[in-house]
Design a protein around this ligand. Structure first.
Ligand SMILES: [Zn+2]
Length: 237
């Protein structure tokens, strides 16, 4: 049996070459298990040697580098957290169905050598939201991590202090009277969008492009209630 299997391969050098190319491909894939993180751009974007700009799938951290917007609350902390975890480290990248986003960034799950799942860790520690605009295979787990982080008031889900969203460093932190009252009739959680300045109730049509859950007491500090949602809220009362 064996000689018959081997001989056709030897007679067909192209097939043999293809086999070698396949094995070489496997080797390349294996060596990709340890790629160097050259730089951390912000909490959810890194630059990986040989890959370029990588956006971590399923996690959204507060902005620090958007050209037209101020640094968002907890943006610096989120950036520092990701830097501490990843800068100069070797990582393994895994991919989901979409390999790139519309900005040409590679979309990936990032793992440290010790197995730490970085995308999940950022959410679990409260340095970012689960980003669920696009489906991905860990979405349910990430939503759960976010709920746990919020319930335990970790990171950006922590106690609301005065000055949030104003001064980049969060103000003096002692002015409890600076807290705004939550408008009557709002649920405990509202939704914001990746780029908008308003917060919304579940089901608002403006949430079709992105939908980031946020505790209402935090949203009212940083965003305005959307007009459509305000009308809906009034109609309910
Ligand atoms: Zn709305």
């Amino acid at each position: 049996m064996r000689p018959r299997e081997v001989r056709p391969l030897l007679r067909h050098p192209i097939a043999a070459r293809r086999g070698i190319a396949f094995l070489f491909g496997l080797l390349v894939a294996t060596s990709a298990a340890a790629q160097l993180v050259e730089r951390v751009v912000d909490g959810d974007t890194i630059i990986v040697e040989g890959v370029g700009r990588v956006r971590l799938i399923g996690v959204d951290t507060p902005e620090t580098v958007h050209p037209n917007r101020p640094v968002e609350f907890f943006g610096k902390e989120a950036s520092a957290f990701t830097k501490g975890l990843l800068e100069g480290k070797r990582v393994r990248l895994e991919y989901d169905q979409e390999r790139q986003d519309r900005y040409g960034r590679t979309l990936a799950y990032v793992y440290l050598a010790d197995g730490t799942f970085v995308n999940a860790e950022i959410i679990r520690r409260g340095y970012g939201h689960a980003y669920t605009r696009f489906p991905f295979r860990h979405m349910e787990a990430f939503r759960q991590f976010e709920r746990e982080a919020r319930d335990n008031r970790r990171g950006l889900w922590g106690e609301v202090v005065g000055g949030r969203g104003g001064a980049p460093d969060g103000g003096d932190g002692s002015s409890a009277e600076a807290r705004r009252e939550t408008p009557a009739g709002l649920p405990a959680t509202v939704y914001v969008t990746r780029t908008g300045r308003k917060y919304h109730l579940d089901g608002c049509r403006f949430l079709s492009r992105s939908r980031i859950p946020m505790p209402t007491n935090e949203a009212v500090e940083r965003y305005e209630l959307c007009g459509v949602c305000a009308a809906r809220l009034k109609a309910q009362q």
